[in-house]
Design a protein around this ligand. Structure first.
Ligand code: SF4
Ligand code: SF4
Length: 461
């Protein structure tokens, strides 16, 4: 099933953007251009990885979420939280305090997304064993799924067609509440997300008609609300309590090696976008063999490195590992473990565990008509002979190849290349005033005025 639309969680605030092009230079799918001194997004190329968000020096890129007040549209307001939320808080804040504070903020239920991992684990192991297309690539990270769709279309058949834990946990919790007599329309499930890609995956899922989740709240927003509320609390205040219910091993699922460690066979874990791209290129070129399963995460240290997390990712990983170990030592004496309860719904969850085959979303598609697309590709190659091939970005595109594609799509002209401008000026095909106006149209008039404060340093992240 091809997606009908691509929801993007990242938005560019044109009024704030200063056209510095930092975002364009880091985008792994060349989804950004600079036009009229502002960044512009090519929707069909963006995978919501958040790399541009990290480097914008003036916060002109934002990650849109649902308004927190939306939770009050429902009678049962479920906060579906990934374990990585707990890793954000300092050691003196307990899981019980975090979850109890979520209830005070307005949620009626708190449920941990990794509670469904045991069911998923069985299915993954069956899937890996039975699937001839190896290695099976985990579908956990939506940025990786989209990256494969747009940049590595030959690998789409390797993507595991199983839902991630957050969807399965949402299915379970809804089924359980309905069995308790709650009307389906009264249940609102809100995922607390560590990254933009999960927002996009919930708003326009790949391989599914709709998501099981009703809304998304950014983790940094929840973190700030919870921490503020905890600090304001008086020690003698009574509040509703809710403790963690998760199995110690499954706490680590969203971290690097959390998934690969629990799958049978030869499994590798790759994290961080540049490593991921490097590895997928090798896989596409058939330089890698005899691997059964690949856990691939776009962020460094898995979800602990998500762009919406508030804490340091290495400390978050350490906290989660310590927590996992201390629960293990206590032989899993959890107050309200859902393990048996989930088991009762296992067959219903398993019936809905699969997703439809993932289709490529080729970013190089130059035309819907194959014959015309081939002709346009030949034209791209001819244009490339004239471009300098140094990917300087002065044309407002991230590379010479991207400019050539824009030219054949009618979105740019060959005179946008500063090198060709010089050649054309020398042969009197272009007047220097015209060249100047072209550059103004790309970078904005202000770029050409003296201003000692412009071009801020790169944002430290
Ligand atoms: S979110 Fe990622 S893919 Fe999309 S524009 Fe930003 S860097 Fe490019
Ligand atoms: S990084 Fe620069 S060009 Fe990109 S959105 Fe931010 S200000 Fe605009």
């Amino acid at each position: 099933m091809e997606n009908k639309f691509f929801h993007h969680a990242l938005k560019i605030l044109r009024d704030v953007c200063i056209g510095c092009s930092h975002c364009m230079r880091v985008c792994p799918t060349e989804a950004l251009r600079v036009r009229n001194g502002k960044a512009e997004l090519y929707d069909n190329r963006c995978i919501d990885c958040g790399e541009c968000f990290k480097v914008c020096p003036v916060n002109a890129i934002i990650i849109e979420q649902d308004d927190f007040s939306k939770i009050f549209n429902y009678k049962r307001r479920v906060a579906l939280v990934p374990a990585v939320l707990l890793g954000q808080f300092p050691d003196d804040v307990s899981p019980k305090e975090v979850y109890s504070t979520l209830l005070e903020l307005g949620f009626t239920d708190v449920f941990e997304a990794e509670n469904s991992v045991d069911i998923l684990k069985e299915s993954i192991n069956r899937y890996v064993q039975n699937n001839v297309q190896k290695p099976v690539i985990s579908s956990f990270c939506p940025a990786v799924v989209r990256l494969i769709q747009v940049k590595f279309p030959a690998l789409v058949d390797n993507i595991m067609l199983l839902k991630p834990p957050l969807d399965l946990s949402a299915i379970f919790y809804k089924l359980m509440l309905i069995d308790q007599g709650v009307a389906e329309e009264d249940i609102g499930i809100f995922y607390v997300t560590p990254c933009a890609a999960k927002i996009a995956a919930i708003k326009s899922p790949v391989g599914e008609e709709y998501s099981e989740v009703d809304g998304v709240i950014n983790m940094d927003v929840i973190y700030n609300k919870v921490l503020r509320a905890i600090k304001q609390k008086h020690s003698d205040e009574k509040s509703p309590t809710h403790s963690s219910t998760i199995n110690p091993q499954n706490i680590l699922w969203s971290l690097t090696n959390g998934e690969a460690n629990q799958v049978k066979g030869r499994c590798l874990a790759i994290d961080s976008l540049h490593n991921v791209i490097d590895f997928l290129e090798k896989l596409e070129n058939e330089e890698i063999s005899d691997v059964d399963f690949l856990e691939i995460r776009a962020c460094d240290e898995g979800c602990a490195g998500g762009v919406l997390t508030s804490g340091n990712r290495f400390l978050a990983v350490e906290r989660l590992k310590n927590r996992s170990k201390s629960l293990d030592d206590k032989a899993l004496d959890l107050p309200t473990s859902y393990e048996h309860c989930i088991d009762r719904y296992k067959s219903q969850i398993n019936q809905r565990i699969s997703i439809d085959p993932v289709k490529p979303r080729s970013m190089l598609k130059l035309d819907e008509d194959m014959a015309r697309a081939m002709k346009k590709m030949e034209r791209v190659q001819r244009i490339m002979c004239f471009l300098p091939g140094i990917d300087c970005g002065s044309c407002g595109a991230p590379s010479c190849q991207a400019l050539a594609e824009d030219i054949v799509k009618g979105k740019a002209a060959i005179s946008h290349c500063i090198f060709l401008q010089k050649t054309m000026e020398q042969t009197r095909k272009l007047h220097p005033d015209h060249s100047f106006r072209i550059m103004e149209r790309i970078w904005g008039k202000d770029r050409f005025h003296k201003d000692c404060k412009k071009v801020p340093g790169r944002k430290k992240f």
